[in-house]
Ligand binder design. Structure first.
Ligand SMILES: [Zn+2]
Length: 114
């Protein structure tokens, strides 16, 4: 167990503007406010979901709401599993998924699909 407040040195970097050492995951240098390009690039690239993947999940596994879990819309995904498990309402889940595949263009956090 690590002590509270200590950051492993391999998670630290030096500020390009003032030379202050701070966490790679911080959005900006705490000393001078210079934006942390490493952390910001990580968020914009890794945080973005692929629309192609969303469409494929929605098309083939939409009745289980897999595309909803992928995009972070967990509640909608659970609703589809319930509809599908009730069998008689399964076509509703499938139709709902096809509508979403055509209309949803961003994840649950509002980040547009890549
Ligand atoms: Zn700085």
């Amino acid at each position: 167990m690590e002590q509270n407040g200590s950051i492993p040195t391999n998670n630290l970097q030096f500020c390009t503007d003032c030379g202050n050492q701070y966490s790679r995951r911080a959005a900006a240098c705490p000393k001078c406010g210079c934006p942390n390009d490493t952390a910001n690039a990580f968020v914009s690239n890794k945080g973005q979901k692929e629309r192609v993947v969303y469409i494929l999940y929605g098309f083939f596994l939409g009745y289980f709401g897999i595309h909803n879990f992928y995009s972070g819309h967990t509640g909608r995904g659970i609703a589809k599993i319930i509809l599908t498990c009730l069998l008689i309402t399964a076509p509703i889940a499938t139709l709902w998924s096809l509508v979403e595949v055509c209309t949803v263009k961003a994840d649950a956090h509002g980040v547009p699909f890549a």
